[in-house]
Ligand binder design. Structure first.
Ligand code: ZN
Length: 276
């Protein structure tokens, strides 16, 4: 099966088409990844329209143009199995090696104790919020907006990275599964890629929170906002302002906690952010 270079060029622009052409030259296959599988990584790519994919037995949506995305969690590996059914009906299974990564340890002290170990009376609230988040993370939207790539929603120093083991007030807690970008309260936050607003809420841990759905289960998570200017269901072209940095929820200072999801799997957005 041949690919369709004219369609690709029209959709992706010259730079991306060139990158794809280089990729195609290196690996003359009908399925190309934009980056190699690794722990915490969103793997996007292009294949021939009409191809069907399944990762470890789970169907992966392929857009009419051939775009697809899947992800590997922080502790994934060492291998995954990708089943490919080509448009001509030929089927094959490829074993993907998942590159292992090292994670840091981050100690944060001076947090209010109720934020480290929530009091019993808020447990019902936290459970209800978790249910809402889980439901949002099951949505599989047909648009492939993630294929545009991701802008920085706000610029600032990195104050926390994905994957780090967290020790809060001396107590080991779940790993940090997002990127913290420090910026003053009120700094404008923009949509990193075209999106539908999937969730707006004031949540116990993450304060004013927005989830943007970029299609195929790929979503970005924006937490601790001081202000939210959009509503669920709104359509946001790439780069549209939708809120402002703040210090709501469990924080020690104003910053944007930026998460990346592939359905229920939390991924590392930092390697995907554009240079600008
Ligand atoms: Zn964070």
């Amino acid at each position: 099966m041949t690919t369709q270079p004219h369609t690709r060029r029209a959709l992706l622009g010259a730079g991306a088409a060139l990158a794809l052409a280089r990729k195609a030259a290196a690996a003359p296959e009908s399925l190309a990844f934009a980056r190699e599988p690794a722990q915490g990584m969103l793997v996007t790519g292009r294949t021939a329209p009409g191809t069907r994919l399944a990762l470890d037995g789970r169907n992966v949506r392929v857009s009419p143009a051939g775009d697809f995305a899947f992800g590997f969690g922080r502790d994934a590996g060492p291998q995954a199995s990708l089943h490919i059914t080509h448009p001509d009906g030929r089927a094959e299974t490829r074993s993907l090696a998942i590159h292992k990564r090292e994670w840091r340890t981050q100690r944060i002290n001076g947090l209010p104790e109720r934020m480290v170990t929530p009091p019993d009376e808020v447990m019902a609230r936290i459970r209800a919020e978790q249910e809402r988040l889980n439901a949002t993370r099951r949505v599989d939207t047909p648009e492939a907006w993630f294929a545009e790539g991701f802008l920085w929603p706000v610029h600032g120093p990195i104050s926390g990275v994905y994957g780090s083991q967290r020790i809060l007030n001396g107590q080991p807690r779940a790993p940090h599964l997002g990127l913290d970008i420090a910026a003053p309260t009120g700094s404008t936050v923009v949509a990193p890629a075209t999106a539908r607003v999937a969730l707006v809420g004031d949540l116990y841990f993450t304060g004013n929170t927005v989830i943007l759905d970029h299609g195929h289960g790929v979503a970005t998570f924006h937490a601790h906002l001081s202000r939210v200017d959009v509503r669920e269901g709104d359509h946001l072209p790439r780069g549209t302002p939708f809120g402002a940095v703040g210090a709501t929820g469990r924080v020690t200072g104003p910053h944007l906690h930026l998460g990346l999801f592939w359905f229920s799997t939390s991924l590392d957005i930092q390697p995907l952010l554009s240079a600008e």
